[in-house]
Ligand binder design. Structure first.
Ligand code: FE2
Length: 189
């Protein structure tokens, strides 16, 4: 089985980020790297990366670059745990380590969002991402969705590589048409 070391993966992602100005090109180049990481021996994973939290989905940091241009997290989803509706402010690539992650997309009816109010979001499609599936997103206009694990399913663990230090995002109130910027906490590994 392929041994794709975490250091090698991170170095490859930094190279992609430096070589591509367009986020869409970054995710095209990083998706196969995430695939290789998922297909490999996964020996970089530590027990700390699998910590869950009974109150909400858990974000376990694996790597945050000193220049804050990349970050990698393991997210642990117990049954019934979901994100709020959110964006990312960055490109990102998601890979499923274990279980099934559901993604429910929303679309901004009026195009790019330029204010924190008067936002019209329309519910869109759904993705069921199984083990080794890979998903991605780009900003401007931001990809808006909620992700999680329905109550009747088993827990899931997913890897999230972002083109910045992912420590905040907008959460949206679909009914009120508003959004606020919130800090997103994580556990250090
Ligand atoms: Fe997300």
């Amino acid at each position: 089985m392929d041994h794709y070391a975490l250091d090698e993966f991170i170095a490859d992602c930094h190279s992609v980020s430096a070589a591509n100005a367009d986020p869409a090109d970054c995710v095209i180049a990083v998706a196969p790297l995430m695939e290789r990481l998922l297909e490999g021996d996964r020996s970089f994973l530590r027990p700390a990366h699998f910590r869950s939290d009974r109150d909400h989905y858990a974000r376990n940091a694996i790597y945050i670059s000193p220049d804050e241009q990349l970050s990698l997290f393991a997210l642990v989803w117990l049954p019934g745990q979901w994100t709020p509706v959110h964006d990312h402010g960055s490109w990102g690539v998601v890979g499923v380590l274990h279980g099934l992650l559901e993604e429910r997309s929303l679309m901004a009816v009026d195009g790019a969002i330029t204010a924190d109010h008067g936002i019209r979001l329309k519910r869109g499609g759904v993705l069921l991402l199984k083990e080794k599936s890979i998903s991605s997103f780009v900003p401007n206009p931001d990809h808006i969705h909620m992700t999680g694990v329905p109550q009747q399913r088993a827990m899931a663990v997913t890897l999230h590589l972002y083109g910045r230090n992912m420590n905040s995002f907008h959460i949206y109130d679909v009914e009120k048409g508003t959004r606020i910027l919130v800090d997103v906490p994580h556990q250090k590994s």
